[in-house]
Structures are given as structure tokens and as C-alpha cells.
Design a protein. Structure first.
Length: 310
């Protein structure tokens, strides 16, 4: 599951002057992935400046750092970015407004650059059309670039915009009209082997709601989540740490000496159906550590200035 390693992922407008510092892992402690954005966070007239800022940042990226992605505004912007010196220091591209009409132009450009991962964003009106979702699933599953699709990102803000709504930050997204759409995306794409990531949470002063939403994300198998502010990074990453009982059960399921079916911690365990979960749980522990039963979820989050302050 490639999306696991992205954990808390933050978008940064490409106009910012600290793109390289963030991508090198020095700006926001705990951040797992950064997306340099030239799309919605940049005005159309500022796109040339954003691309020039990104060009400068690429030259300052170290060989090692956190996961780095670029969100191009258009196929034309993607072509410009692909020609930049240092583009090999990013992991891949987040493709906006992804549907069967927009993706072919992006994919044609990326076919010639095999090293890059791809994360399309599901955020257009077509997401509300079940028949179109199945057609998109079949298109992605049969694409020559299928093996490079790390995950599908769910664009929660845009989906609310399609409905002319703004989400209530006192409730999880699953208590909104978009909640059942997310569940449908899971049942359409995950059986085809296409993972999804969780949408961001706009509330900057509602950590308990974010924590509750993360539990619901995890219950749906969504393990990477957009952080809309650095104060959310610690809360998101700590939510992915499995507890001691979870790890005990996962280790037992993966133990070849155990029978095919057994009981542990008050639950029935069946290797044939629980092995995928067990492998994922062990990987979560490797990437994020394990939960301390005495520590509150997301204790001591990092609280730097807002990402829009400079």
C-alpha cells in the first residue's frame, strides 16, 4: 500500500519561498509528504511566477527528503515542469480534476517519464455519477501507467463546492452529503487495487473532531490524509500508530505456526481473510511507530505559523 508512507501530506502554493526547505524535511517536523501546487492555490495571472519559483526550489532540493509531488495546473503546466532541471528530485505528480476527459493528456506526457508516481484527484462532478466512476476505474485499471498510480486523492473541498456547500467543521465529513460519496469511491476503486487517501479537514481549532474523523478514515482503509495546516501533522501521523493489541493480533495472523482460525483478545482471527490487514498493520507500525496507551491521540502537535503567513 504505497499511500501509507505519505501520512500527513501538505499542499504548498508554488509561490512560496520555502518550498525547498519543506521538501528537504527541515520546515515542518513530522510532515511525510509535500505537494507543490500550481493549481487552485495560485491565481491564473501568477502562474508564470509560480513556475519560476518552483524551478528555483527544484535546484535547492537535496537528494534525500520527504516525499515530494507537484500539482500542475494543466497539461501545459506539466510539460513545463517536466522540462525543469532537477525535476528528478520529486516523486511524482498530483493530477487535478481527474476524469476520463482530462487524464489522457496528462498520461501522454508522463508515459515518457517512467520514474514518476501519479496521484489523480477525484474532485469533479463526475464523482457523483456512479456509472462514470466505473468507467474511470476501468480506464485506470487498464492504463499502461496503472503500476505508477500510488493512490487516488479525494478532493473534499471541491466536492463540497460542486454541491454549493461548505462542510461543518463541528462534524466529520462522514456526517455530510460527501460522506456517502467517499464510501462509494472506496467500494468502486479499492477492489480494483486502487487505493485512496482521505480528504483534509478545514477546522484548525477542532482537534477532537479531526481525531474522530481520522478513526473513521482508518476504519475505511484511508491512511494518508491532507493536512491543511502544520498543526494537524502530529494528530494525523499519531492516529496511524497501531495499538499493542492490534500488533499482537497482526503478528499472530502472520505467524506460520498459528492455526488457520484462532481466538485472540476476544476476537476470532482467520488467516485467509485477515492477512492483508495484518500486513498493513505491521507496515503502519514500521512507518509511524506504535501507540502509547497513556498518550492522547496527537499529543503535543507542532504549532508553527500558518502556511499562508509568508
Amino acid at each position: 500500500m504505497k499511500s501509507l508512507r505519505y501520512g500527513a501530506t501538505m499542499y504548498m502554493p508554488a509561490l512560496r519561498t520555502d518550498l525547498a526547505e519543506a521538501g528537504n524535511g527541515r520546515k515542518f517536523p513530522g510532515l511525510r509528504a509535500v505537494v507543490y501546487c500550481t493549481e487552485d492555490s495560485v491565481r491564473e495571472e501568477d502562474l508564470p511566477l509560480a513556475l519560476e519559483s518552483l524551478r528555483g526550489a527544484l535546484s535547492r532540493l537535496s537528494e534525500r527528503g520527504i516525499c515530494r509531488f507537484v500539482r500542475p495546473r494543466s497539461p501545459e503546466a506539466l510539460a513545463a515542469v517536466l522540462s525543469m532541471r532537477g525535476i528528478g528530485r520529486v516523486n511524482g505528480f498530483v493530477l487535478p480534476k481527474a476524469d476520463r476527459a482530462s487524464l489522457p493528456a496528462y498520461f501522454r506526457l508522463l508515459e515518457r517519464h517512467e520514474r514518476f508516481e501519479i496521484m489523480p484527484i477525484l474532485e469533479t462532478p463526475s464523482v457523483f455519477d456512479l456509472a462514470e466512476l466505473y468507467r474511470l476505474r476501468d480506464y485506470l485499471a487498464s492504463s499502461p501507467l496503472r503500476h505508477r498510480i500510488a493512490a487516488l486523492r479525494i478532493g473534499g473541498l471541491d466536492l463540497f463546492s460542486v454541491l454549493r456547500l461548505r462542510r461543518d467543521i463541528n462534524r466529520s465529513i462522514y456526517e455530510s452529503p460527501v460522506g456517502h460519496v467517499i464510501d462509494r469511491l472506496i467500494t468502486v476503486f479499492k477492489p480494483a487495487g486502487l487505493d485512496l487517501t482521505a480528504p483534509g479537514f478545514e477546522g484548525l481549532e477542532s482537534p477532537s473532531v479531526l481525531a474522530a474523523e481520522l478513526e473513521l478514515d482508518i476504519g475505511r482503509g484511508l491512511f494518508a490524509k491532507t493536512a491543511v495546516h502544520p498543526c494537524q501533522v502530529g494528530i494525523i501521523n499519531s492516529a496511524y500508530r497501531p495499538g499493542p493489541d492490534e500488533l499482537d493480533v497482526a503478528a499472530a495472523i502472520l505467524d506460520p505456526a498459528r492455526p488457520a482460525v484462532f481466538r485472540l483478545h476476544g476476537r476470532m482471527c482467520e488467516k485467509a481473510v485477515h492477512t492483508a490487514w495484518a500486513l498493513e498493520t505491521v507496515e503502519r507500525a514500521r512507518l509511524f511507530g506504535t501507540a502509547d496507551a497513556k498518550a492522547p491521540l496527537g499529543a503535543a502537535p507542532y504549532l508553527p505559523p500558518s502556511v499562508s503567513d509568508n
